[in-house]
Design a protein around this ligand. Structure first.
Ligand SMILES: NC(=O)c1ccc[n+]([C@@H]2O[C@H](COP(=O)([O-])OP(=O)(O)OC[C@H]3O[C@@H](n4cnc5c(N)ncnc54)[C@H](O)[C@@H]3O)[C@@H](O)[C@H]2O)c1
Ligand SMILES: [Zn+2]
Ligand SMILES: [Zn+2]
Length: 340
């Protein structure tokens, strides 16, 4: 069957791989219909993703159909449309034993540290499938991106009426915004890019945005928007160590800061600021199984509108040629989806 492999950075190639064998107990054979492309795929392509190894079949944001099941599967049946939780955890380590499969000590993410879903069919653990009767394959492929924001907001646990500052309005920031809105907190978005802020206002229903000019005016703007209290929760989704180091300035007294963006650089800050305001600093990695089920219900019930999200499409055969164009900011990509 056909697959697309990232042989080395900047070098995709079509390949033939063997058909998967029959599913064993606890496994499912699935047909892949849609693959969402995200920042991880772009950094893997550019050779800038530290956890990525080559050659690799990418694809971790998947909308799939169950073809056949091994023994013991109760959560899905053949023909079901599913979203896939792409975090393959060991089920043995301390984190797994505590139910934190999102940050397993031996975690392998599909399409990053092991071959993913840019192919026709694959075998997956049945416990990683989250079915929906209503959602399209495209919507199911979007669930994982939304899960990143869902988990980050759960970590910060904002309360109705609080001020939440989201820094960075890329796809991960947008997924954070969806769940800040659902929490009933007030969402303020900060970015360097006016176009992305405009998108938040026009398509995401965000009332307040702040353009980062790097001249200190951002803090004054946040003070004005928050009645002087600053943000009770700041979620940094930039992946910029400069932004992450500076983000503490926006956290009000007793407030929290969540790092959902990832940097390989050092993050540093003066401790008195953190101490004086008694801040809480949190990391957010991947997402938990109940996040997937929750998001599917939210989309089914119309409480999350996926319509603004999917901006670009490509057929499987076109993907290799089209992919580099999605890297250009002027293409305006939020989420590109490949039709397998
Ligand atoms: N927590 C997780 O499990 C997880 C999962 C997937 C991706 N990520 C990470 O999330 C981050 C964001 O991903 P994305 O796809 O949305 O990236 P992106 O590059 O599309 O978006 C980042 C946004 O941040 C803005 N930005 C950059 N520096 C800034 C600054 N100093 N001040 C204000 N805004 C700034 C950019 O203009 C851009 O709009 C990345 O670091 C990615 O690796 C985390
Ligand atoms: Zn992704
Ligand atoms: Zn584990």
């Amino acid at each position: 069957m056909k697959a697309i492999q990232l042989e080395k950075p900047q070098n995709f190639r079509p390949i033939e791989i063997p058909e998967p064998s029959a599913p064993r107990p606890g496994e499912a054979l699935v047909r892949i219909h849609r693959v969402g492309i995200c920042g991880t795929d772009y950094s893997g392509y550019l050779g800038k993703m530290p956890f990525y190894s080559y050659p690799r079949i990418p694809g971790h944001e998947l909308g799939v159909e169950v073809v056949a099941l091994g023994e013991g599967a109760t959560n899905v049946k053949p023909g079901d449309r599913c979203s896939v939780e792409p975090y393959m955890n060991c089920q043995q380590c301390f984190a797994c034993q505590r139910g934190n499969s999102n940050c397993c000590e031996n975690l392998k993410v599909l399409g990053v540290m092991m071959d993913g879903g840019m192919c026709e069919q694959m075998i997956l653990p049945v416990r990683k499938l989250h079915p929906s009767r209503k959602l399209s394959f495209e919507q199911l492929a979007l669930v994982e991106t939304l899960a990143i924001g869902c988990h980050a907001v759960s970590r910060g646990n904002p309360q109705p009426g609080e001020n939440v500052l989201v820094i960075g309005a890329g796809p991960i920031g947008l997924s954070v915004i969806e769940f800040v809105k659902l929490s009933g907190a007030k969402c303020i978005v900060l970015d360097l890019n006016q176009q992305r802020l405009d998108f938040c206002k026009q398509k995401m229903g965000v009332a307040e945005t702040i353009l980062s000019k790097g001249d200190g005016s951002e803090l004054a703007a946040l003070k004005a928007l928050s009645g002087g209290t600053l943000a009770q929760l700041v979620i940094d989704a930039t992946g910029s160590n400069q932004s992450m180091s500076n983000a503490l300035n926006y956290v009000g007294h007793t407030g929290k800061l969540v790092f959902v963006g990832i940097t390989t650089q050092e993050v540093s800050f003066g401790h008195p600021l953190m101490h004086r305001r008694e801040m809480t600093l949190l990391a957010s990695r991947n997402a938990l199984p109940p996040d997937f089920a929750r998001i599917i219900t939210l989309i089914e019930d119309g409480r999350i509108d996926t319509q603004p999200w999917i901006t670009h499409h490509a057929k499987f055969e076109e993907m290799i040629d089209v992919f580099p164009s999605w890297l250009r900011p002027e293409s305006g990509v939020i989420k590109a989806v490949v039709h397998v």
